[in-house]
Design a protein around this ligand. Structure first.
Ligand SMILES: [Zn+2]
Ligand SMILES: [Zn+2]
Length: 467
C-alpha cells in the first residue's frame, strides 16, 4: 500500500511538503517549502527533516515560490543528491529564488552573530548557504507541461498548467501499487483566472486522491475590472495628495502583473505618476525570464502585450525605471512625491520595501497598496490589520500613510474558483485541503459540502494516509 505523509503547509499557508512512499519502497518528496512568517516558523525551518534525505529517490516541486522550494538547499546540505523535477520555467525561476534566499540566510546569520557576540552568546550558522543553493540547483531536471516521466521506480509525474505564476504546475502523480495505479493530483497553487498573462488552471477529471490548496478558501475576490478601477482611483488620489505610492510585491508573478496593469493605464492615459520604480533586483531578473517564456502567457494577453513589436516586460511601461544597484535604490529616498515604488519582499519581511517604509510610512500623503496575501505574523499583515506603529530596523515608525489592500489581484483562485476546479473530478475522489489557514479551510469545507455534497478532509500536521 502506498502512503502519503502531510509534513508541511498543513493548516497553514507556507512550508509546503508531502512525502509519497510506494509499496515497492520508492520515496518521492513533493515540495520542499520554507515556512514564512513568525519566529517559530524559523525554528520549524531549522529542525531536522521528518524523513531521511538520503532515502529519497526524487523531489518534485509545483512552482518556484519559496514556500514551495525554499528548503531545497537545506535538503542538499543534508545530503540529498537525486533529481529535482520542475517545469522548465520553474527551473529557471528557482535559480533566482534560491540564490536570493541563500544570500538572505547568510546575511541574517551574520547580523544575528554580531548581536550574539556582543551578548556573549554562541554564534549560529546560516540555515543554508549560497553553496548549498548552488548544489540544489545543479540537481534540477526541467520538464515541459504535459510530459509524463517516471521520476522513481513505479512513480510517474505529469505537470499541468496551474496558471498561478510562470511555470506553475498542478502535479499529477501516478503510483503503481501491484497491478493497481493510484492517481494523486496536487493542485499546487491555483491561479486566479482573472489575473493577466497567465492561462487558466488546467482542468483534470481523473484522480483517486486530490490535495487542494485553500489560501482563499473563505472568499471570492473582487472582479479584476473592479479592482483595476480601484487601483486607478488610488493612483489618482495619491497624485492629488502629492505623496508616493509604495507597492510591496512578490518579485515573481505579482510584479509582472502590476507592470502589465500599469502599462494598460499608461496606454489609456490613466496613469498620473510620471515615474514607476522597479526597485527589486530579483523582479528585474524575473522580468527577463518572463519575457523569454512569453509563449506560455494566455493567448489574449500575449497578443495585447506583443502588439507594436514589444518584446520585453519593460517595453510595456515606458515610465518604468529599473534600479538594480543599492545606489540607485537609495537615490529614490530623495523623491518625496509623484513616484510609484514597487519593491520586495511581498509580505514586507525584509528587502528594499522596508527601507521605503522607513522613508514614507509616517507621511500622511503617501499611500501603501498591498496587492497580495499577507501571512499572519508578517510586517505586511500588521500594517493591513491597522497597526498604528511598526518596528523597522529597531525603530518605531508611525503608520500615517493610507493603506489599501487589493484582493482582486490575488494570484490565487478564490473560493468559487477552487470549488469549480475541483468539481470537474469524476466520482468525488478523496479530498484533502492543504495550504491554507484552518478557519479558511473550514469555510471551504462547509461550502464544498453544501454545494457539491462532498466531504473534504483537513489533515493534521504529520498525518499519514494510505493512498
Ligand atoms: Zn505560490
Ligand atoms: Zn504557496
Amino acid at each position: 500500500m502506498a502512503l502519503l505523509n502531510f509534513f508541511g503547509a498543513i493548516q497553514q499557508v507556507t512550508g509546503s511538503c508531502y512525502l509519497i512512499e510506494s509499496r515497492d519502497g520508492a520515496k518521492v518528496l513533493l515540495e520542499c517549502g520554507m515556512r514564512q512568517g513568525r519566529r517559530e516558523e524559523d525554528e520549524g525551518n531549522r529542525s531536522a527533516f521528518a524523513f531521511d534525505p538520503h532515502s529519497l529517490d526524487a523531489v518534485v516541486v509545483s512552482h518556484a515560490h519559496i514556500d514551495h522550494t525554499g528548503l531545497l538547499p537545506k535538503l542538499a546540505a543534508a545530503g540529498y543528491r537525486g533529481p529535482i523535477f520542475a517545469t522548465d520555467a520553474t527551473s529557471e525561476l528557482m535559480e533566482l529564488m534560491l540564490l536570493d534566499s541563500a544570500f538572505i540566510q547568510e546575511k541574517d546569520a551574520e547580523w544575528e552573530n554580531k548581536w550574539r557576540a556582543r551578548a556573549g552568546k554562541p554564534a549560529i550558522t546560516a540555515l543554508y548557504t549560497i553553496a548549498d543553493a548552488e548544489q540544489a540547483l545543479s540537481q534540477r531536471m526541467p520538464m515541459t507541461y504535459g510530459e509524463r516521466r517516471e521520476v522513481a521506480k513505479g512513480v510517474q509525474v505529469t505537470f499541468h498548467n496551474a496558471g498561478h505564476i510562470l511555470g506553475s504546475a498542478i502535479v499529477e502523480i501516478e503510483i503503481q501499487d501491484h497491478h493497481l495505479t493510484r492517481r494523486l493530483v496536487f493542485s499546487g497553487d491555483l491561479g486566479n483566472s482573472c489575473s493577466p498573462l497567465m492561462q487558466d488552471p488546467s482542468i483534470l477529471t481523473q484522480a483517486d486522491v486530490v490535495l487542494l490548496e485553500s489560501t482563499y478558501g473563505d472568499r471570492d475576490h473582487r472582479s479584476s475590472e473592479a479592482t483595476l478601477d480601484e487601483l486607478a482611483d488610488i493612483l489618482q488620489q495619491a497624485h492629488r495628495d502629492g505623496g508616493n505610492v509604495l507597492i510591496p510585491s512578490f518579485s515573481v508573478g505579482r510584479t509582472q502583473d502590476l507592470i502589465f496593469y500599469l502599462g494598460r493605464f499608461y496606454q489609456e492615459g490613466r496613469l498620473p505618476q510620471q515615474a514607476v520604480f522597479l526597485d527589486s533586483p530579483m523582479a528585474i531578473r524575473a522580468n527577463a525570464i518572463y519575457s523569454r517564456f512569453q509563449d506560455q502567457f494566455s493567448p489574449e494577453d500575449r497578443a495585447v502585450f506583443q502588439a507594436h513589436g514589444r518584446k520585453r516586460i519593460e517595453d510595456w511601461l515606458p515610465v518604468l525605471r529599473c534600479t538594480p544597484t543599492p545606489e540607485e535604490s537609495m537615490a529614490i529616498n530623495r523623491i518625496k512625491s509623484g513616484a510609484i515604488i514597487i519593491a520586495g519582499s511581498g509580505m514586507c519581511t525584509g528587502g528594499r520595501i522596508t527601507h521605503h517604509f522607513k522613508h514614507n510610512l509616517w507621511r500622511e500623503n503617501c499611500h501603501i497598496i498591498f496587492p497580495g496575501f499577507q501571512a499572519k505574523g508578517t510586517l505586511g499583515r500588521h500594517i493591513v490589520d491597522g497597526a498604528e506603529n511598526v518596528k523597522i530596523f529597531h525603530q518605531s515608525i508611525a503608520v500615517k500613510a493610507k493603506v489599501h489592500t487589493l484582493g482582486g489581484f490575488s494570484a490565487h483562485a478564490g473560493q468559487s474558483q477552487l470549488i469549480d476546479w475541483v468539481s470537474h473530478f469524476n466520482h468525488h475522489p478523496e479530498l484533502y485541503l492543504v495550504h491554507g489557514e484552518l478557519e479558511k479551510m473550514q469555510t471551504l469545507q462547509l461550502a464544498l459540502r453544501e454545494r457539491l455534497n462532498w466531504i473534504a478532509n483537513i489533515p493534521e500536521p504529520g498525518e499519514q494516509i494510505a493512498l
